[in-house]
Design a binder for this molecule. Structure first.
Ligand code: 5GP
Ligand code: MN
Length: 340
């Protein structure tokens, strides 16, 4: 981090800290937030972790989960409380996202607040709003960046089992269990340190990957047998799920997570897309292999972004029209998708 000494000075006395992450947080978003929270509370700060929405049950086991303030449409009082906390904060940490517009009303509140803002993230093209920044697109996870910040501060000894477990969860999932092409030697070094300090790889993996509901597995089976479409001319796979389909499988938040990866597991497929109806909008998940940038595609056409090989976006069109739009832009990418 630039200005590390000033940052160190800042966190050497107790502060009112708010940690915010992105909408529909994943394990890296929540794990880095709870890991940082546990670290900072050991240093005597008072911390509030706020998520702009709910998140899947397979993340709710994380130590500190019970302290999270999760916004929801059904509980407007939570948003009020979150806005008050942001207004009163000395420091606001924004984790695993880099664009305040991604967190709606909380983003406006953060922009307006006098708190010192800290951005810790690994997504492409960050917005320039923070006073302190720990940002690297080379890092596979925000959790890894939190580890590196703690290391730079010379405070690795404060990484106990709680901190290590939360950070390990983020590192494990954002690397796809250490197999995505963002997995460097460094990720293994950090994983090794976290395991040394108490993270249990087997337990974390079981909590996240092996706590499926039967409905979720049935939904996966349905998608693979009925909904997965391959377009050989474009080396592309896509899947589409309507509200009715999701409802008929009793789908919960997080049940669609990971589906998009099945498309990429097909030989020769370079681009995989999942589109599903989230009621308020159509959500798109993009995954790609090699040089093909889904970040560019999501930014240009679906108000989204993320990483080169993993991005998300949204559409206000109907599900069918979203598919039409997607199919209509594919020819623009045909040459790229057919490159070796
Ligand atoms: P997922 O497809 O798993 O939801 O997201 C893949 C990656 O893209 C994640 O790193 C996520 O943070 C990012 N992402 C997902 N949705 C959006 C979006 O609507 N806008 C932006 N800028 N990034 C997104
Ligand atoms: Mn992440």
């Amino acid at each position: 981090m630039e200005k590390l000494q000033a940052f160190k000075q800042l966190i050497s006395t107790p502060k009112r800290v708010v940690i915010v992450t992105h909408f529909k947080p994943d394990a890296d978003a929540l794990g880095s937030s709870l890991g940082l929270s546990a670290f900072l509370s050991k240093k005597g700060h008072s911390i509030s972790v706020i998520t702009p929405s709910n998140y899947p049950d397979f993340l709710a086991w994380m130590p500190g989960n019970e302290t999270v303030l999760a916004l929801s449409n059904e509980k407007p009082e939570v948003e009020q409380k979150a806005l008050e906390l942001i207004a009163a904060a000395d420091m606001v940490f924004c984790l695993d996202f880099s664009n305040l517009s991604r967190i709606n009303s909380l983003g406006d509140a953060i922009r307006k607040s006098n708190a010192i803002k800290v951005l810790i993230d690994h997504h492409l093209e960050p917005e320039n709003f923070a006073d302190y920044v720990q940002w690297s697109t080379a890092s596979a996870s925000t959790a890894g960046l939190i580890f590196e910040l703690i290391e730079e501060l010379g405070e690795k000894d404060l990484i106990d089992k709680t901190v290590a477990t939360c950070l390990y969860a983020g590192l494990m999932t954002d690397t796809g269990s250490f197999k995505h092409n963002n997995t460097r030697h460094r990720e293994f070094e950090i994983a090794s340190e976290l395991v040394y300090r108490g993270a249990n790889p087997h337990e974390v993996a079981r909590e996240i990957y092996d706590t499926n509901t039967l409905e979720r597995l049935r939904l996966t089976g349905y998608v693979l047998s009925q909904k997965l479409v391959v377009l050989p001319d474009y080396n592309t796979a896509y899947m589409m799920l309507s509200q009715e389909e999701l409802k008929s499988f009793g789908a919960q938040t997080g049940d669609t997570e990971g589906l998009v990866n099945y498309g990429l597991s097909i030989k020769d497929v370079k681009l995989s897309v999942l589109m599903y109806d989230r009621k308020e909008e159509i959500k798109l998940s993009f995954r790609s292999l090699g040089d093909f940038s889904v970040n560019a595609m999501a930014r240009k056409y679906f108000e989204g972004g993320g990483h080169r090989n993993a991005s998300g976006g949204s559409s206000k069109l109907s599900l069918e029209d979203t598919l039409k739009k997607f199919l209509s832009i594919l020819p623009e990418y045909k040459t790229q998708l057919n490159k070796d």
